[in-house]
Design a binder for this molecule. Structure first.
Ligand code: CA
Length: 247
């Protein structure tokens, strides 16, 4: 039996940056400065198209989307993101300039997490960013999904996607991945992993863990020889690396 913590759904955003989608340089500068000061890594996209490209390459922990954008506008961008399985779980906070837009957002039911009206107070915006991240990262929401880098894991459906394409994991590989991602940054010894993933009654050699870790890395990691997520802790075991600055 897996430990009780694994039986609860958990939602974690394990990416480590916030993507600002805005074409007005003054606002971008203000946001980058303040988000960085608050401990976040901020990246920028000047258009909806750029945002889509960047999200595909490296999904952020959260998007701040201005509605007035060149090309694809903010509403269309949110719609596209929410319509794709790989990106629909990404938290979005919308920046709006006018009250007409506020009613538009509500009317469209875009599934966004929050919105802030310009001119906004930076302090309030940061507070909302933190609140949304806390909400999506908090356990017990019953949704049971995790996103890290280009990967997405759904505990209810057992879907594991990389760049939106499904990966084929064995049940054991899935349980191992689940244990690691639901305990970010916690180091597990091979013996602990054996007990929690394989069960304590079964006799399996500790190096079996290494074999399964290698298989997981081969599918999940961009560079399996230099893993970014499932890392070896020398002399101890393995951990799932989470690089959140604000956790
Ligand atoms: Ca704008």
């Amino acid at each position: 039996m897996p430990p009780p913590s694994l039986l609860q759904g958990r939602v974690l955003a394990v990416s480590d940056h916030i993507l600002i989608v805005e074409d007005e340089e003054d606002i971008v500068e203000l946001l980058v400065y303040n988000l960085t000061r608050a401990g976040f890594e901020a990246r920028c996209a000047g258009s909806g198209l750029q945002a889509l490209e960047q999200v595909q390459k490296d999904p952020p922990a959260l998007l701040l989307v201005d509605l007035m954008l060149p090309g694809i506008d903010g509403i269309e961008l949110c719609r596209i993101l929410k319509s794709r399985p790989a990106t629909k779980g990404l938290p979005i906070i919308v920046l709006t300039a006018r009250t007409e837009e506020e009613s538009k957002i509500r009317g469209f039911d875009l599934g966004i997490d929050d919105y802030v009206t310009k001119p906004f107070s930076v302090r309030e915006l940061i507070a909302r960013v933190k609140a949304v991240l806390k909400r999506v990262r908090s356990p017990d929401t019953g949704e049971g999904e995790v996103r890290f880098g280009r990967l997405y894991v759904n505990f209810a459906t057992h879907d594991v996607l990389k760049d939106g394409s499904p990966l084929q994991l064995t049940p054991t590989e899935f349980r191992l991945l689940k244990l690691l991602v639901t305990h970010p940054n916690r180091v597990f010894s091979r013996e602990q992993l054996l007990e929690k993933v394989w069960g304590q009654d079964i006799f399996i050699e500790p190096r079996t863990v290494d074999v399964h870790v290698s298989r997981l890395r081969a599918q999940l990691e961009n560079d399996p020889a230099n893993p970014a997520h499932i890392v070896t802790v020398r002399g101890t075991g393995y951990k799932f690396q989470q690089k959140l600055k604000d956790s």
